[in-house]
Design a protein around this ligand. Sequence first.
Ligand SMILES: Cc1cc2nc3c(=O)[nH]c(=O)nc-3n(C[C@H](O)[C@H](O)[C@H](O)COP(=O)(O)O)c2cc1C
Length: 327
Amino acid sequence: MDVAAFRALEPLCWRAPSAHNTQPWRLDHRAAEIRVGWDPADALPAADPTGRDLWLSLGAFVETCLVVAADAGLRVGFVPDHCAEERRVGWLRASGSRYDTPFGTAEVRGRRTHRGRFSAGPPTDAVAAADAVARAAGGAVRVVPDADRLARLLRVADRHLYADPAVVAELRSWLRLTPGHPDYHADGLTDRCLGLSRTEAAGLRAALAAYPVLRRLGLPRLLAAAAGNPLALGGAVLVLVGPSGVDDARLVGFGRVLMRVWLTLHAAGLAAHPLSQLVDAPATRDALGSVLGLPPERLLHVVRVGRPAGTAARSARRTDGAEHAGD
Ligand SMILES: Cc1cc2nc3c(=O)[nH]c(=O)nc-3n(C[C@H](O)[C@H](O)[C@H](O)COP(=O)(O)O)c2cc1C
């Protein structure tokens, strides 16, 4: 493959989404192929102990690389070659034809996680289109029917998240709550992306700094309550369902499916707001499984989806300087 031509496109590939915006992917350029791996420093061992979100994020990155390359006329394919010891998921290599995708760089650039208000939920045909994308890969996209139950489950999941000091410390290390943070323009979750006002961001910073002292005095409950109820901001909640027994390599494949689903939704004028805590907490994952009549381990990802009422802030990337250098 034309490694030099692909290299020039990489800042755009970096627009791929990742949990906590850690951008865990790493590319190792060889003469005629590129190795896709990851850096464990950008994994989330506390929040994501099984690596589910790591594999999904790496898959989302691979899909983004293929879409970007195809739009530039490059014939690039992905060859899975999962090896945990060598921190490798596979290779980008020359392919006989351009990657077949309805999406291009416009969708990759335009897609954003939207944590704010939705003016409407997803129309039935958009959900059907997302489901068709997942079905083509042996999965499905299902709508969670019971909104009241879901709101209760979300409260339980948030409490579970904030009750674990390691998860909170990890989250804190990826929060960028003031523009003065040295990595504000590079990675992590900014106050603007989270839709926090200055006062809210300052309050969250103070609460998280006090967490070790106040944990036993009920701070986790308070933090969970302060997270509010995103379901009140509109939209419907969709679940990406996989087949039984997906291993890590297949989860990377489902990360590609996740990206295709998000781009499908984006192309329909919709946006996604992941609610991973619902599948992170065993109790809420089990409950969600029983609501959907599915074994809980088949639930791979949960998102609130709808038509954005406003524009979400653009998230940072480590390559942003490189992307704008040619503008
Ligand atoms: C596997 C995965 C899990 C995610 N989980 C959450 C989540 O639980 N809550 C949330 O607000 N965002 C979640 N996100 C969204 C990321 O935070 C977001 O993609 C990242 O900050 C980059 O922003 P962007 O999507 O606007 O480019 C998740 C993303 C991925 C790929």
